[in-house]
Design a protein. Structure first.
Length: 284
């Protein structure tokens, strides 16, 4: 694509350059552990010099200068993260920097206890809709009672096995309950394949793929096909041992405050399914 006015790539590089200059200007050498030199009042560069940012992040001065000039160069995730550390960026600024550089947002850890409590209140509030929330690795973060009783209880899995992929491909009870297990499993695998492709150097993803390949012949065969299919509205059917067949409409929503999390809602498709889910929730 030819660069020029109106080119999205050119506009994004210009925004990246402006962001870096602004973050560099707000810092003093003392903020990053460097000694002031020269008369402070005579320092011509507001904030850090380009040479200082390059030194702190371990990149070449010329390369960093080109980045601030909006030239057509590519920055790797490792370099962008090093710049974020050098410029003392907070999580929101780090995420913005990666987006401007054309990268995925940095992976975040498990939500803090206060955040978990808030997310738990969210999934509890939508009952009798079946609801759960996954992180970037498809690990369960929170779920409500409706999810545990209609689908399965993630608490029955431990450690890094408390995960949607492990549940879908290795849990016999879940497989028996799903009327169209293969279609659902292929859909989940396709979304997982896309997520892995966005973070090819993520060690957790590599470990999961290796272990699931050994644990599930279906995963092993379908993974080799390299399926890619992002989420589309769908209805899944559950053959519940007490409630009978339940048709559930699936929705996916990402919280604005942490778009790496994924809220999955499974809504009873009609009044009869809704009544039977409520009956399950009324059980002691």
């Amino acid at each position: 694509m030819r660069d020029g006015q109106g080119n999205p790539q050119t506009a994004r590089r210009a925004e990246l350059a402006a962001f870096l200059r602004a973050q560099r200007a707000r810092l003093r050498p003392a903020d990053v552990g460097l000694r002031e030199y020269g008369e402070p009042g005579l320092r011509r560069t507001p904030g850090l010099r380009r040479e200082e940012v390059a030194e702190l992040s371990g990149v070449g001065v010329t390369w960093y200068t080109w980045l601030e000039q909006g030239r057509g160069i590519t920055a790797s995730a490792q370099v962008v993260d090093a710049l974020a550390r050098a410029l003392l960026l907070d999580p929101d600024q780090h995420r913005h920097l990666r987006r401007l550089a054309g990268l995925t947002a940095p992976a975040v850890g498990t939500p803090a206890d206060g955040d978990l409590a808030r997310l738990q209140r969210l999934v509890d509030a939508v009952a009798p809709t079946i609801a759960c929330l996954y992180d970037v690795h498809f690990d369960y973060v929170v779920w409500n009672t409706a999810y545990a009783r209609v689908r399965h209880d993630p608490a029955s899995f431990s450690g890094d096995r408390r995960n949607l992929l492990w549940m879908m491909f290795t849990d016999a009870e879940n497989r028996a309950r799903m009327v169209r297990w293969e279609a659902a499993a292929r859909s989940v695998l396709s979304q997982f394949r896309a997520a892995v492709g966005e973070r090819p150097d993520d060690p957790r993803f590599a470990e999961m793929v290796a272990e699931l390949t050994g644990a599930s012949p279906e995963f092993r065969a379908w993974w080799a096909e390299y399926p890619i299919r992002y989420f589309r509205p769908a209805t899944t059917a559950i053959d519940h041992p007490r409630a009978g067949r339940l048709d559930l409409e699936i929705f996916q929503v990402r919280p604005v405050e942490d778009p790496e999390l994924l809220l999955v809602l499974q809504v009873p498709a009609d009044d009869d399914c809704l009544r039977r889910v409520r009956a399950l929730l009324d059980e002691v």
